[in-house]
Design a protein around this ligand. Structure first.
Ligand code: AG3
Length: 401
């Protein structure tokens, strides 16, 4: 089966009205075999049964599932359906061939995505499974654009009737057209504006390339290294998100598909800013929320360097926020917290830890003209949680048991 399948397969159900040649078993067998050949599917075997006084049932078993037909000659009707789990099967050609064989006056076709959303109770719903959340977020699915098991995770990209495209990894929403700008702008611009001359940037994770796109808005930037583990995320974003494809085509961008824990190790004293855009600290990403990785980042940064890392929500993941903050504070002389309000990340009150090797990050040292939806250099300080509030939040116990 192809990697880019939608669900496990497509089930297409057709109604043929006003059809001819419905009584002949031999014709039926040939019709199925022609259709299979036209669709470039692989026939395993055909079974045909002639009913008395009338009607034929035939099933072609395919390497890619099946094609079947049941005829009611007295009504001029045939019930046709084909199920294919092979994306190479040309289902339009199959249908075209069947139409030629039966000459129906009217055809109706319905399509079902089979096995498209096993975690959801209904095929037309995506239910997010976020272990730390107090509730399950359910999203209507108007179209599944990609669904695949990559080498590292489960990837699903779907269209929501109002929210545009939604990318989920391992069942957790990563970006939506609704609020993604908040996350990406807050993770990127405060650091690039506070830095006196940000030229060399590394993005850790962030294979969807939205952070890269934000970083490229700064003319000072000469090089952006995208250190992403999962090539499929890059490929899917390149295909479906125009901002990602534009960013990845920029000559300043270098994509390194590898574990960032290893790729950052070869960089010494050469980066101005590291932007860490990871999935939750579960599974393979967990190692990149810990001190051995921060140590490598610190070595890769120049003397004025900054590291900004997504660190989850204050409501549902307070222990993670605290742990990241404290771990970074053990490694960097100064750590602040940025914040953003995200509608589609459970916990909503999102944080990004801002670690500095020395410079005060709350000072806007440059005034680049930026095309942004939220970040504004005149409100630079507003993106930082003020110290007394940060201390209050981080010293309180996690609100959830
Ligand atoms: N990466 C961080 C998403 C975290 C979502 N977590 C959650 N909802 N529990 C987003 C990738 C966008 N470039």
């Amino acid at each position: 089966m192809d990697e880019t399948r939608v669900g496990v397969g497509r089930h297409i159900i057709c109604e043929f009205w006003g059809a001819s040649n419905l009584q002949d078993a031999g014709h039926t067998e040939r019709a199925l075999e022609h259709a299979v050949a036209a669709g470039k599917a692989t026939l395993i075997k055909t079974v045909v049964h002639q009913f008395s006084p009338h009607g034929v049932t035939a099933v072609a078993v395919l390497a890619e599932s099946h094609l079947s037909i049941h005829t009611w000659p007295e009504m001029g009707y045939a019930a046709v359906d084909y199920f294919t789990c092979g994306s190479h099967v040309d289902t339009d050609a199959m249908l075209g061939s069947l139409k030629e064989s039966y000459q129906p006056e009217r055809v109706e076709t319905r399509e079902l995505a089979r096995g498209a959303a096993p975690e959801s109770s209904s095929l037309a719903e995506f239910v997010e499974f976020e272990p730390a959340a107090l509730y399950r977020a359910g999203y209507e699915v108007s179209e599944v654009l990609e669904r695949r098991r990559t080498r590292f995770q489960d990837l699903m990209l779907f269209r929501h009737p109002r929210a545009g495209k939604i990318l989920a990894l391992d069942g957790i929403v990563q970006l939506t057209d609704v609020d993604t700008y908040v996350y990406h702008e807050v993770l990127t611009h405060p650091a690039l504006v506070a830095h006196p001359d940000p030229r060399h940037i590394a993005v850790v994770g962030g294979g969807d390339a939205f952070i890269v796109a934000e970083a490229l808005k700064h003319d000072s930037v000469e090089k952006v290294y995208l250190l992403e583990l999962d090539d499929d995320v890059v490929e899917v974003s390149r295909k479906h998100f125009p901002e990602a494809s534009a960013a990845l085509a920029d000559p300043r961008v270098e994509v390194h598909v590898a574990d960032a824990f290893d790729s950052i190790a070869s960089m010494r004293d050469e980066l101005d800013v590291i932007l860490v855009d990871l999935t939750d600290p579960i599974g393979q990403a967990a190692r990149l929320f810990a001190d051995p990785f921060y140590e490598r980042c610190s070595r890769a940064l120049r003397a004025d360097g900054f590291l900004v890392a997504q660190t989850e929500s204050l409501h549902f993941h307070r222990d993670t926020v605290r742990q990241c903050y404290e771990t970074l504070a053990g490694r960097f002389p100064r750590v602040d917290l940025l914040w953003g309000a995200l509608a589609t990340y459970p916990g909503s009150f999102w944080t990004m830890a801002f670690a500095s090797k020395g410079l005060d990050p709350t000072v806007a040292r440059r005034r680049p003209a930026l095309d942004t939806k939220l970040y504004d250099v005149d409100a630079h300080g507003w993106f930082f949680i003020p110290e007394p509030v940060r201390t209050k939040l981080l010293s309180a116990p996690a609100p959830l048991a």
